[in-house]
Each structure stands twice: as structure tokens, then as C-alpha cells.
Design a protein around this ligand. Structure first.
Ligand SMILES: *Cc1c(COP(=O)(O)O)cnc(C)c1O
Length: 352
């Protein structure tokens, strides 16, 4: 199958854009992996939408191809974003691909996974670390982009949501219909908004028959939507969802309520447990924030939420690749033992 990126594939559902303005790294078309292990553990049929396999290693590329293409159409020369890491990695790469745009990113100092920072810098973005959190960074970017000729590419840029909704299209195309449940981590809440929009548009176009219940999960230390108020000092090791005042708050609530779903929270311990189960039981390595969707399913299952839905199709969006945050993986495994370099010692170590 020919794949030239998601704008070419889903043009009929996306804002108009001429070929000459499309900036693409052939993002999208990520695998939908059936997990026998999770299906068995949860009594459901679990599919993993592995967004870590996008060009820069996260789902952010879906929105970025659209936002950067639109910025190119407009003739913008500088794009800017606040980021917990993946948005900056993606914005930097797509700006590089555009051949005509520079990229500036503002990040909270000390709270960016190493891989993401490396990406933004190697793609030659201007990386500015501030003493403050993501919400502070976003406020600065909003202010600057309102007053200077700089294009904002955070998910409050409506073209980001447009691109990201193609994740839902791919799920429907691959499964033949929408699943019964869709589990997804919630940070700034753009992605849950985008998936719900995508599912609704596909159904309205007759491309799918049903709509899923949207199950969103925040980290317990950064759960403003669950608590019903902004969190002043959000804390979680899942840095991609370490957000205290989500930009798409209202739309996430609408996705929850219209779909008859829920938005709940999971602790860092639950996230790490799911993270390890995904890696060791299914062979899929994600960054911690991504595992929040799976941790959420375990939490609901323990509460009996799926009692009436044995075997139902569930899709989990696994938002980013595990290699983004190698330190976190290394901190959560046993270090290799060092032994003598001879066959006998190695055989003994393997238990042969
Ligand atoms: C951005 C991001 C999220 C959160 O998505 P929102 O659209 O901000 O809710 C979750 N996981 C990863 C890996 C991300 O990069």
C-alpha cells in the first residue's frame, strides 16, 4: 500500500491544503497490535494503537504535519510551542522538513525526558528552558504568538486537533468499526478531544457504525479534570501528562459526557506497573504517560467496570515510544549482573 502521510490519506476529512504546502514525514499508519496478554488479564479484546512508531516517536506528529503545513501555506517563518517534550521534538523535526521555518520551544527546566530534549536540539530548534512548569510555558507562548508574527503550534492550534483525529480513522479502518471502548492518557486534553471528533466524523460519513465510550486517564498528581479544579503544582513521573490546567479541558469533558465515558486518575505506581506489563507481556515499550491508558483499564477492571462487557473491543492509544525516556526504564529494572567471561559461568547464570 502506498502511504504518503496522513494528509494525503485522509484529505477529504481535513482542512484544504495544496500539495506544495504539505510538510510530511509520512507520519500515521501506525500498527494496531492485538495484545493476547492484556486481553487475558482484563477479560477484554485489547488492541494497542502504537503511536510511538510515528516519525518522531509520538502521536504529536499527526497534528504537527497539519499545523506546520498550514503555517507554510500562510508564509510563517517562525513557529513556537510550549512542551512537555514531544510537541517540541515534533515541531522541531517538521520545521526542519519544511525547509523554510525556524522553531522555538519553551520547556519546563528539569522535567523533560532526555530523548525528547535531544530530538529538539538535534533538529536545530531554539530550546528555551524556563523556571516554571508547562502551564507557565504555555502562557508565555500564547502571549508572544498573539503579539508577534510567530505561529503557535500547541494543540490550541485547531489544525493540531484536525491532524490528530486521524488516529480514530485508522482505528476504524483497521478494525472495520470503532471499538466499544477507547482508553487514552489525558494531559493537555487535545488527544482525547481529537479522537472523539474523529470517531464522530467517521460515523457521520458512514465509514463506521458505532461510537466508543471514551476512557481518559490523568496521573493522580496531575488530575485537574478529575478533581474539578486546576492543580497548582502538578507532579508525576509521567512527564508528558504533567499538566495542571489543560487547554482543552472543556472539550475533554464533552468527549467524556457525549460518549458516556469517564475521566479517572491513576497513581505513578499503577502507571509503572502497567508500563512493565506492556513491555514484558506484550513486547511493547512505551513512555510512562502512555501506560496510563493501560493502568486505567486495570483500575476499572478491579472495580468491576467491565463485568457486563466480557470480550469487548478496547483500543488503547499508546502515545509515545519508550526510548524517549530511557532513564525511567533503567530505574525500574534490575541491573545486569557481572560475571566471569567464560561459558561455564554464563550457562550457570541462565540456569542451564
Ligand atoms: C502529549 C502527550 C500526552 C498527552 O496528550 P494531550 O493531548 O496533551 O492530552 C500523552 N502522552 C504522550 C507521550 C504525549 O506526548
Amino acid at each position: 500500500m502506498k502511504w504518503d502521510g496522513l494528509i494525503h490519506q485522509y484529505r477529504d476529512f481535513l482542512p484544504d491544503i495544496k500539495d506544495e504546502h504539505i510538510v510530511t514525514l509520512n507520519e500515521g499508519h501506525t500498527p494496531l497490535i492485538k495484545s493476547e496478554d492484556l486481553s487475558q488479564r482484563l477479560g477484554l479484546t485489547v488492541y494497542l494503537k502504537y503511536e510511538g512508531l510515528n516519525p518522531t516517536g509520538s502521536f504529536k506528529d499527526r497534528g504537527m504535519t497539519m499545523a506546520i503545513s498550514k503555517a507554510k501555506e500562510k508564509g510563517s517563518q517562525i513557529v513556537m510551542c510550549a512542551s512537555t517534550g514531544n510537541t517540541s521534538a515534533s515541531a522541531a523535526a517538521y520545521s526542519a522538513k519544511s525547509g523554510s521555518m525556524r522553531c522555538a520551544v519553551i520547556i519546563p527546566d528539569g522535567n523533560i525526558a532526555l530523548g525528547k530534549l535531544a530530538q529538539a536540539m538535534i533538529h536545530k530548534a531554539k530550546v528555551i528552558a524556563i523556571k516554571g512548569n508547562f502551564d507557565d510555558a504555555l502562557n508565555i507562548v500564547r502571549e508572544i504568538t498573539e503579539n508577534y508574527p510567530v505561529e503557535l503550534v500547541n494543540s490550541i492550534n485547531p489544525f493540531r486537533i484536525e491532524g490528530q483525529k486521524t488516529g480514530a480513522f485508522e482505528v476504524c479502518d483497521m478494525l472495520g468499526d470503532a471499538p466499544q471502548f477507547h482508553a487514552i492518557p489525558v494531559g493537555n486534553a487535545g488527544n482525547i478531544t481529537a479522537y472523539w471528533k474523529g470517531y464522530k466524523e467517521y460515523k457521520a460519513a458512514g465509514k463506521s457504525q458505532q461510537l466508543p465510550q471514551m476512557l481518559g486517564f490523568q496521573a493522580a498528581g496531575a488530575a485537574p479534570i478529575v478533581l474539578g479544579k486546576p492543580v497548582e503544582k502538578p507532579e508525576t513521573l509521567a512527564t508528558a501528562i504533567r499538566i495542571g490546567n489543560p487547554a482543552s479541558w472543556k472539550m475533554a469533558e464533552a468527549a467524556r459526557d457525549e460518549s458516556g465515558g469517564l475521566i479517572d486518575m491513576v497513581t505513578d505506581d499503577e502507571i509503572i506497573e502497567a508500563y512493565k506489563i506492556l513491555a514484558s507481556g506484550t513486547g511493547v515499550f512505551v513512555e510512562p504517560a502512555s501506560a496510563a491508558s493501560v493502568a486505567g483499564l486495570f483500575k476499572l477492571q478491579k472495580q468491576g467496570f467491565f463485568e457486563q462487557h466480557k470480550g469487548a473491543n478496547v483500543v488503547c492509544t499508546l502515545t509515545g515510544h519508550g526510548l524517549k525516556d530511557p532513564n525511567n526504564a533503567i530505574n525500574n529494572v534490575e541491573k545486569p549482573t557481572v560475571i566471569d567471561g567464560d561459558i561455564k559461568s554464563v550457562l550457570k547464570e541462565i540456569g542451564l
